[in-house]
Design a protein around this ligand. Structure first.
Ligand code: GLU
Length: 434
């Protein structure tokens, strides 16, 4: 372990974090929390509390595969902090899922919801699997069994899952149905990111990518850079990256580079996102795309651009490549894409970084709208949803920017500090039980 507070909390008069959550992502999120907490001299009792999740569940799920064999999958659900309200956060299906990563992402959700003023704490779930290798029937059986295993922990007033890496609206529909079957009536408010026909919200599917672009435009305004004179590179072509690329183009920002999990593509004159999208839809890969140069992930991240948007997995911007990035701005579309060491290098180099808890908060903001609509059983127009998203995300950005400028601290620290202050107030107001 490289991070001294992890093993040696006592030196700083802090409790050490137990090894159950040992993972690179946990160390990165923890170091961001510690940095901000130390800076505001946070009450040690609240600080120690926030360093650990409130509740963590590990489940094993025997699933009958199409071949007739039974395979036992591992799953998790972690609730980090419920001082502000029910916990909220996505469910991730990926081969790299582990308890430490899920706990880190749950902590990240607490900070995200607090920062943008939602009445939620943070949670995250995940199953260690490769959804691309599973048939639809296997995926459905796995999702229904997972929902049954985490059933005691979830519910509209308790903990509300949503899509994340490797899951989508269809998976949310199965979670909603499985939960509702147990209750005996339809409970749409148990998950967000559902299909519209069962209580999903207009605008939810595009919300994270849309929010990323709203933030990008605010950053360009602040830096005095014209949209039509800037270029963007987007790593990841899933729900966040593909939507962000589309809205960047319609905002007059030229997207020169893109990637998916198989390869990267580059075109100095700008990629035609509609064309790339139909190619990807037909072939399920960007490999072989004819109207761009094929490049690898490393070259993509280091290519020259105004705005770099990591919108794939965690730990992509590292100590190794941070010194070579050739961009002015980084908008963190993914959760935790930058390691602790890389963050220091980016700050020294004066690259303007908008942290994940702000940059990708559009998803959970519209999830909140979906939940409110489900509970009220009254649905809003898409225009209203997009306007309210714009208002919440740009207000949070302006507040963090003002604080960052007045205190001369990076945007990440400014955002973390606001998030932690709101949480600390809630903890102090509620007091300690028993
Ligand atoms: N998975 C998304 C995130 O990391 C959305 C979570 C939600 O909508 O609850 O922010």
């Amino acid at each position: 372990m490289s991070y001294e507070l992890w093993v040696n909390g006592k030196e700083k008069n802090m409790q050490a974090v137990p090894t159950e959550f040992d993972s690179p992502t946990y160390l990165d999120v923890l170091s961001q929390l510690d940095n901000a907490a130390e800076w505001i001299c946070l009450d040690r009792n609240i600080w120690n509390r926030l360093r650990l999740p409130q509740r963590a569940l590990c489940v094993s799920m025997p699933i009958k595969m199409d071949s007739g064999d039974v395979y036992v999958f591992q799953g998790f659900r972690v609730q980090h902090d419920s001082s502000l309200g029910p916990t909220k956060g996505g469910v991730r299906y990926h081969p790299g899922v582990n308890l430490g990563e899920v706990a880190a992402l749950a902590m990240n959700m607490t900070l995200k919801c607090s920062l943008v003023g939602l009445p939620y704490g943070g949670a995250k779930g995940g199953i260690r699997c490769n959804p691309k290798d599973l048939s639809k029937k296997e995926l459905q059986r796995l999702t229904r069994r997972y929902t049954t295993e985490i059933y005691p922990l979830i519910g509209p007033d308790h903990d509300i899952p949503a899509p994340d890496v490797g899951t989508n609206y269809e998976v949310m529909a199965w979670i909603m149905d499985t939960y509702s079957q147990q209750r005996g009536y339809a409970v749409p408010g148990v998950v967000t990111g559902k299909p519209i026909c069962i209580g999903g919200s207009l605008g939810r599917e595009e919300a994270t990518g849309r929010g990323v672009v709203y933030i990008t435009l605010e950053v360009l305004k602040h830096l005095g850079i014209k949209a039509e004179e800037s270029t963007a590179i987007v790593q990841g072509f899933g729900n966040v990256g593909s939507v962000a690329a589309r809205f960047l183009t319609s905002s007059n920002i030229k997207v020169t580079g893109l990637s998916d999990s198989t390869c990267g593509i580059y075109n100095n004159n700008g990629l035609d996102i509609a064309d790339v999208t139909s190619y990807k839809k037909a072939r399920h890969t960007l490999e072989g795309y004819p109207n761009g140069e094929m490049i690898d992930n490393k070259t993509l991240l280091e290519s020259e651009c105004t705005i770099l948007i990591p919108a794939a997995l965690s730990g992509q911007i590292t100590e190794e490549n941070a010194g070579r990035l050739n961009c002015k701005v980084i908008i963190e579309g993914a959760n935790s894409p930058t390691t602790k060491e890389a963050d220091g290098i980016l700050n020294e180099r004066g690259i303007f970084v908008v942290p994940d808890i702000l940059a990708n908060s559009g998803g959970v903001i519209v999830s909140y709208f979906e939940w409110v609509q489900d509970l009220q059983k009254y649905f809003w127009k898409e225009k209203e949803i997009n306007e309210r998203l714009h208002e919440i995300i740009t207000t949070a950005f302006d507040k963090a920017l003002k604080f960052s400028v007045s205190e001369n601290i990076p945007m990440r620290k400014a955002s973390m500090v606001s998030a932690i202050k709101r949480l600390a107030d809630a903890h102090l107001a509620r007091g300690l039980y028993p």
